[in-house]
Design a protein around this ligand. Structure first.
Ligand SMILES: Cc1ncc(COP(=O)(O)O)c(C=O)c1O
Length: 461
């Protein structure tokens, strides 16, 4: 792996961003009106453009190197940047692993680069079938079904099973693919306070008392992607059994990266083979695109193949993706996987410790995700600009991905981060935050104006 060189730029003059760029959120523009569907996209564009001009639109940047512990990037306008990469989902660094590369290359030689059909029409290969078996075996269930993405898996699992008279009880912070699946399936959706097991019980009990005839799908995640915390899966599954409800757990962020043999929170909580439905994504630890749903009976798998539109009517995972994930899974389950998870945990603990020394308490538990509270969107947007220029690549999460006024840096650690990189990364983030706060203090009336325009943004996109 070659070393990435990058230049930290600390000394650029900082014209203070205008109110228009510091206030509002995408939620303000989510329900445009007017007869012309295309012209009514203008207002969002103007707002994003004002943010772009002021350098406070920290999105749609691209990599100029592998997503490794340090990386080179291009800003949206094309100018180069780079630094310590705290924004990679390649948690164990398997996208750069020589064995994974060799498996990918071998699959190309044998199958070409394309899956030439949906899974229902000759889109599968011997590699993808082996991957299904291997995922099922890892999670101690008999069956798994691959999807083209994790999003397609989550959405597909919900729409395949739930009909308009059924009910969904979901953690309020469940991922967008599950929220969209719920929205598309039934109007009977109850969003329960984050991680509140008793609130889940109360909602399920109330629904079952009123409706003994229809199904209840209960949805949560192994590790929540913006909060790095986990539900009590054992209790939720027990409640589901008591009321004939069905539990679906999304393990996108913990599968491979956490727990015994990489089995995530399900493994940690001793629930392997016990959860009704488990879905996951390959876009984090498994170095590829794709997703899966793991199920306990052939009937459920068959049903999903027919009624999950995102399986039936979408091309299957390509052979190179399947081979990549299969090899990544082999490493995840091997002693090397254990060492990499240990290194990842050490990096997560080091960056959390450094933030703690600076008085910042990161949210959640030590996992690959290290949510670092910022607060006001205006501060987050300015700090985000500063931190990239200082040489740390960090994603800003703002409303509606997180609540209004609770913006945060969603830091993602990798096994390859050294302790020095983790600590330097934290220091650069804290420096950027301190400078952003100081700028905001000097322009207090300005920031208050922006905050005023923020508070009207209570309509999620
Ligand atoms: C919790 C969770 N579920 C599902 C997904 C979707 O996965 P994919 O990127 O494979 O579409 C993501 C990715 O953002 C996620 O964070």
């Amino acid at each position: 792996m070659h070393e990435i060189s990058f230049q930290a730029v600390n000394d650029r003059p900082t014209p203070y961003p205008p109110v228009a760029a510091l206030g509002k959120s995408v939620a303000h523009f989510a329900r445009p009106s007017g007869p012309n569907l295309l012209r009514r996209t203008d207002r969002l564009f103007q707002w994003v453009e004002s943010r772009r001009q002021a350098n406070v639109w920290p999105y749609v940047r691209s990599l100029d190197s592998a997503p490794a512990a340090t990386a080179a990037i291009r800003y949206e306008a094309g100018d180069p940047g780079g630094g310590i990469n705290l924004a990679s989902q390649d948690y164990l660094g398997l996208s750069s692993h020589p064995q994974v590369h060799a498996a990918a290359i071998e699959s190309v030689a044998r199958f070409g680069v394309h899956s030439a059909g949906s899974g229902v029409l000759l889109g599968n290969t011997s590699i993808s079938l082996e991957l299904e078996r291997s995922i099922a075996e890892t999670l101690h269930v008999p069956h798994a079904l691959l999807f083209p993405t994790g999003w397609a898996a989550g959405y597909g699992a919900v729409v395949a099973l739930v009909r308009p008279d059924d009910h969904i009880v979901m953690d309020e912070l469940a991922h967008a693919c599950l929220q969209s699946g719920a929205q598309a399936s039934t109007r009977n959706v109850v969003r329960v306070r984050h991680l509140d097991t008793e609130a889940f019980r109360a909602a399920i009990q109330r629904i079952r008392a009123a409706d003994a005839r229809n199904g209840i799908l209960v949805i949560t995640e192994g590790v929540f992607s913006m909060d790095a915390d986990s539900p009590d899966i054992r209790s939720l599954q027990a409640i589901c059994r008591e009321y004939d409800a069905t539990l679906l757990v999304d393990i996108a962020h913990d599968f491979g990266a956490l727990g015994p043999g990489g089995t995530g929170q399900i493994g940690i909580q001793g629930m392997l083979g016990e959860v009704d439905l488990v879905m996951g994504s390959f876009s984090k630890t498994f170095a590829s695109n794709g997703g899966f749903v793991a199920v306990r009976t052939p009937e459920v798998k068959q049903f999903m193949q027919i009624y999950a539109g995102s399986w039936m009517f979408s091309n299957a995972l390509s052979p190179v993706q399947a081979a990549t994930v299969l090899e990544a899974l082999r490493i995840v389950r091997s002693p090397e996987g254990g060492i990499l998870r240990h290194q990842l945990q050490a990096a997560s603990l080091a960056i959390r410790d450094e933030f703690g020394r600076g008085g910042i308490h990161c949210l959640g538990e030590p996992t690959a995700i290290v949510p670092t509270p910022v607060g006001a969107e205006a501060i987050g947007r300015i700090a985000s600009w500063l931190v990239f220029r200082k040489g740390a690549l960090v994603n800003l999460a703002e409303f509606p991905v997180v609540p209004v006024g609770a913006s945060r840096f969603r830091i993602q650690m990798m096994a390859a981060h050294t302790e020095a990189q983790a600590r330097t990364g934290a220091r650069l983030v804290m420096e950027a935050l301190a400078e952003a706060r100081e700028m905001a203090e000097r322009h207090r009336s300005h920031v208050n104006l922006a905050r005023g325009s923020e508070s009207v943004a209570d309509t999620p996109a």
